[in-house]
Ligand binder design. Structure first.
Ligand code: FES
Length: 254
């Protein structure tokens, strides 16, 4: 059965990239516990527009936990308090009536704020474009069983492929490191036969681009894994380190 919540929202408002931002406080009533977090923000925005105020800018696309655009920080946690859940899949039933909720954008040097809760996450796209693909001509889609992949490798590759590139890992990390994202992307293709031809250059190019984007270094605090809405394991960071090491050593000798 759904109940209605009365909430106080502290929302980060910032009109643009180069202006000073700050928290503003809003009261919002009659939010159904069945509503999603983004539906709650929609209601807030209708209220703000009715009052002649600027609505809160936030991003969303799929609202199904797939596209990775909706990330923001809710009560100090990237994507909010529920484990393994994107903001768009977060439901208001996890909040209490009368609660104050603080909502901020992802904060990482490599993700500059565009407006309010919207940050520029193009740095992840540029890392992906640097090597997170296959450029070999694979021809038409082959029969499913024509290239055999062992069950363990297929499952591991699938786990890494679940990364939606939302940026929560870098936002949750005190160093602003992107290692979990890059580890998942490099690791995914490293597990599959299709990823072998470009395996070494992929690791080097993606790590080099990551460094150029200004992401910090990993110091194994594991906040990234805790914040990841797809529960990507930090074992992919270890794998990234060994992929990069092997690729650097090999390319030095050849
Ligand atoms: S809107 Fe697509 S993951 Fe949240």
């Amino acid at each position: 059965m759904s109940d209605n919540l009365r909430l106080t929202l502290r929302v980060w408002r910032q009109a643009g990239p180069n202006v000073r931002g700050g928290f503003e406080t809003y009261q919002i009533d009659s939010i159904s516990t069945d509503a999603s977090f983004l539906e709650m923000l929609d209601v807030l925005n209708e209220q703000l527009v009715t009052e002649g105020k600027d609505p809160v800018a936030f991003e969303s696309d799929c609202r199904e936990g797939i596209c990775g655009t909706c990330g923001c920080v809710v009560d100090g946690m990237a994507h909010g308090p529920e484990m393994g859940t994107t903001v768009c899949q977060l439901h208001m039933r996890v909040f209490r009536d009368g609660q104050t909720i603080t909502i901020e954008p992802f904060r990482a040097k490599a993700f500059p704020i565009i407006k309010d809760l919207v940050v520029d996450r193009d740095a992840y796209d540029r890392i992906q474009a640097a090597g997170g693909y296959n450029s070999v001509n694979c021809g038409n889609a082959p029969d499913a069983n024509s290239i055999l992949v062992g069950k363990d490798d297929a499952s591991d590759a699938f786990d890494a492929a679940a990364c939606i590139g939302c940026g929560a890992c870098a936002a949750a990390c005190k160093n602003g490191a992107a290692m979990l994202f890059v580890g998942a992307k490099v690791g995914h293709l490293s597990m599959l036969p299709q990823g072998q031809p470009e395996r070494q250059q992929r690791a080097i190019r993606m790590v080099t681009q990551m460094d150029e984007e200004g992401f910090g270094s990993c110091t194994n605090t594991l906040e990234c894994e805790a914040a990841c809405p797809k529960e990507i394991s930090t074992k992919w960071i270890q794998r990234l380190n060994s992929e990069f090491m092997r690729a650097s050593t090999t390319s030095r000798h050849h």
